[in-house]
Design a protein around this ligand. Structure first.
Ligand code: SRM
Ligand code: SF4
Length: 555
């Protein structure tokens, strides 16, 4: 057997994720934690980062990097109450950089928390009846579910399953409570067991989502484990299981690539947890623990075959899946503005550009949402498209919410183009250690450039799924977009065309290493052809394949 990756040793020696985190936190000489602890803290929902905008300057001044920590909540299905919103808003202003970040997995992130305030921040999050357990690390991450869970009567049921799944796959170690919440220490960490994960947890991160067609907002095919709700006569019959999706890739490394999940069969609702456990433990036992870049479930399935995988989970769960049932996706996008739920209550979906809730020149969004949270009686739903739904509003409260939305400039959905409304951007600079180029900060300009090129070719207002990431890891699921930019170097991107707008087909490389002028010229040429040659109703992604703008390997 090949040698295991160093992270495996760190996990094994960590006494179930404790490591020397307590000592690291107490060290007054540095804003950082010890190297091994930077691995372990991820399992507790936090990353050590440094401000990359001032990294060089600090180096010149012979100062250590400006270390701070990102914290990510676990929030199955992305639902929180107004009271929780107010607490998170306070945490953002008191301990973090004054912003709340809605992630592509329906969670919140705080950026810029310094080491000495990390524990207080964790405690404040827990006081808001949320936690950050397993939000990062080699475990099952935040479980996603189609947003707007009250659209049909099936949505709340599916949402409950997301919560149950998240709880079921949680690590059992007491480490989180001991380190962050001053919980009682276990008598012996030797005797502590992780029934599902074992001492070394999973080979790599593991992601799950549940989707209710026809809106594939969660991008179910991008997940290690997915469940597609099958609804017949308005009733939930069960789920189609999807396995082995993932976005991550490394530039110029053919061993790594994005992959859309396979549909493996159908299961009944009461079988969901058993199937999830079978999938997770199969990956635990057969995933690649030597090469982390090849350690995701997608590669386990690719290396061993789907047939082998299905046989293995069948053995573990003790029953066979039924043949997959028909389903149809129409879009990945959110429905902006007001929609009426099946119970007569109303939901208002707002555009939060790149998920960043802040008071900026665009508008006092953080303040505005605080004011809304003060009066809102329903709840909030974070969408997988980094947007926000003010959910469960009584009909007679709509006008009041509308007035606040307009007062605080939160009504971008009423003004922005389809491109700007549906675009996704990962965080990238200045906090992400892996960013090679800008993403979130470049998104407004990028959306404008795309819109200008569309308009110049007579396509103003055309819908198009645009996504950008600062590196090939794929945090904004770029490889499923109709047009995507993936960062290569400052100001340089690989340009991809060809997603189907429904999250079912990977795009492909159109041009490598483009700067902005090259990008604009490329878009111009592509949109000119699209305007002249497209078929009735044909999306740009479909056209890109048919017109040969990308390779011939269309799915
Ligand atoms: Fe991600 C690593 C941000 C969703 C694939 N991701 C990171 C880190 C933690 C960088 C790091 O390792 O140092 C980024 C922190 C940036 C920062 O400053 O906040 C980061 N990922 C994000 C978020 C915040 C992007 C966003 O703008 O919303 C998303 C948080 C989701 C959450 O709430 O849990 C986020 N990341 C994703 C997704 C999308 C998804 O899961 O639906 C993917 C692609 C799906 C997948 O996993 O295949 C994704 N992130 C990665 C990868 C590549 C994994 C791989 O298989 O190779 C990395 C790098 C790694 O793990 O080594 C990564
Ligand atoms: Fe960072 Fe890359 Fe993820 Fe963007 S895609 S947040 S740059 S790891």
């Amino acid at each position: 057997m090949s040698e295991q990756s160093p992270v495996e040793r760190i996990k094994r020696n960590s006494r179930h994720l404790r490591g020397t985190l307590v000592e690291s936190l107490q060290d007054p000489l540095t804003g950082a934690i010890r190297e091994d602890d930077t691995v372990l803290i991820k399992f507790h929902g936090s990353y050590q980062q440094d401000d990359r905008d001032i990294r060089d300057e600090r180096r010149r001044q012979k100062l250590e990097p400006a270390y701070s920590f990102m914290l990510r909540t676990r929030l199955p299905g992305g639902v929180c109450t107004p009271a929780q919103w107010l607490q998170l808003d306070e945490i953002a202003r008191r301990y973090a950089n004054g912003t709340l970040r809605i992630t592509t997995r329906q969670a919140f992130q705080f950026h810029g928390v310094i080491k000495t305030e990390l524990k207080a921040t964790m405690q404040a999050i827990n006081a808001a009846l949320m936690d950050t357990i397993a939000a990062c690390g080699d475990v099952n991450r935040n479980v996603m579910a189609s947003a707007n869970p009250v659209e049909t009567s099936v949505h709340p049921v599916v949402h409950d399953w997301a919560k149950k799944l998240s709880e079921h796959l949680l690590p059992q170690t007491n480490a989180y409570h001991e380190i962050w919440l001053d919980g009682e220490k276990v008598v012996s960490t030797e005797a502590e067991v992780e029934p599902l994960y074992g001492a070394t947890y999973l080979p790599r991160k593991f992601k799950a989502a549940i989707v209710v067609p026809p809106v594939n907002d969660v991008d179910v095919f991008a997940h290690d484990l997915g469940f597609i709700a099958i609804i017949e006569n308005g009733e939930l019959q069960g789920f189609n299981l999807t396995v082995g999706g993932g976005m991550g890739a490394t530039h110029n490394d053919a061993e790594t690539h994005p992959r859309v999940a396979d549909v493996a069969g159908f299961l009944k609702p009461e079988q969901l947890l058993a199937v999830a456990e079978a999938v997770l433990t199969t990956q635990r036992d057969f995933g690649n623990r030597a090469v982390r870049k090849r350690a995701r479930l997608k590669y386990t399935i690719e290396d061993r075959g789907l047939e082998w995988f299905v046989a293995e989970i069948t053995r573990r769960q003790g029953f066979a899946l039924e043949p997959a049932r028909p389903y149809k996706f129409e879009t990945t996008g959110d429905r902006f503005g007001w929609t009426e739920g099946c119970d007569g209550r109303w939901h208002l979906t707002l555009r939060i550009e790149a998920g960043r809730v802040a008071d900026t020149a665009k508008g006092p969004w953080l303040t505005g949402l605080r004011e809304i949270a003060r009066v809102h009686r329903g709840d909030f739903r974070l969408t997988p498209n980094q947007n926000l739904t003010i959910a469960n509003v009584d009909a007679n409260a709509r006008a009041f919410i509308d007035a606040l939305v307009v007062r605080y400039g939160l009504d971008r959905h009423a003004r922005a183009t389809p491109v700007a409304l549906n675009a996704l951007a990962c965080v990238a600079l200045p906090t992400c250690a892996l960013a090679m180029a800008e993403a979130e900060r470049y998104l407004p300009r990028l959306a404008q450039l795309v819109d200008e090129r569309l308009a110049a070719n007579g396509l103003a207002g055309a819908p198009l799924v645009l996504r950008i990431t600062g590196c090939p890891n794929g945090c904004a699921r770029p490889y499923l977009a109709e047009v995507a930019l993936v960062g290569k170097a400052p100001g340089r991107y690989n340009l991809f065309y060809g997603g189907d707008g429904k999250g079912q087909r990977l795009n492909a490389l159109h041009l490598e290493n483009v700067d902005e002028p090259t990008l604009v010229a490329a878009l111009d040429a592509a949109f000119r052809r699209y305007a002249g040659e497209r078929l009735e109703g044909e999306g740009f992604g479909d056209f890109a394949w048919r017109a040969g703008l990308v390779g011939a390997q269309a799915a």
